[in-house]
Design a protein around this ligand. Structure first.
Ligand code: AMP
Length: 193
């Protein structure tokens, strides 16, 4: 399977779709948010640094993120393809990812962009705050994360467009979760045919 970069705003469902893809195709999965939350839980040096940024809804500096990503990527089972969930989030991260993969003789594969209206995003994040108790899912931090997404991450969509690997899956007409998953699978299968 080709590598897959799952791209979208906070609350767009990156984690949910990554899990579904991972289960169906047996691919590796790297969620940089999960990696950072695990480090925080274990009280590591990296976790201590990351916590300050996460609590503020800010991004962890690129250099640090790129080093973490390369290390986690090298631990993935070989030859199955990897889902990148929450990485890259900036253009320097995307360039570093492309380079890191090229150095290993691999490619970025495909990018799937999940497009969701902002009112649905907000509703989902507030619901997740109650269900999962994520500290950065409060209204003030959510607003900051949206802002970071619009200024630092959204411009990356064009970068992927130029790379010729951008695929958009849109929620605008409010399909069900099952329909969305089916569409995501279809895009993946067309690309791997
Ligand atoms: P997520 O679970 O993907 O929403 O990530 C939660 C938080 O972790 C983000 O708001 C950032 O503070 C941090 N984070 C996760 N991935 C990255 C990344 N690729 N670059 C910088 N910060 C990140």
């Amino acid at each position: 399977m080709k590598n897959i970069i799952i791209f979208g705003a906070p609350g767009s469902g990156k984690g949910t779709y990554s899990e579904a893809i991972m289960e169906k195709y047996g691919m590796g999965h790297i969620s940089t948010g999960d990696v950072l939350r695990a480090e925080i839980k274990q009280g590591t040096q990296l976790g201590k640094i990351a916590q300050g940024y996460i609590d503020q809804g800010q991004l962890i500096p690129d250099e640090l993120m790129v080093n973490i990503l390369a290390k986690v990527y090298d631990e993935m089972p070989a030859g199955k393809g990897v889902i990148f969930d929450g990485f890259p989030r900036t253009i320097p991260q995307a360039e570093a990812l492309k380079k890191m993969l090229a150095e290993r003789g691999h490619e970025m594969g495909m990018m799937i962009e999940l497009v969701v209206t902002e009112d649905i995003l907000l509703m989902r994040l507030l619901r997740r705050a109650i269900e999962q108790g994520r500290a950065d899912d409060n209204e003030e931090t959510i607003r900051k994360r949206f802002n970071v997404y619009h200024t630092q991450t959204a411009p990356l969509a064009e970068w992927f467009e130029k790379e010729g690997i951008r695929h958009i899956v849109s929620w605008e007409e409010h399909p069900s979760k099952e329909e969305m998953i089916a569409r995501v699978f279809q895009v993946i299968e067309e690309e791997n045919a």
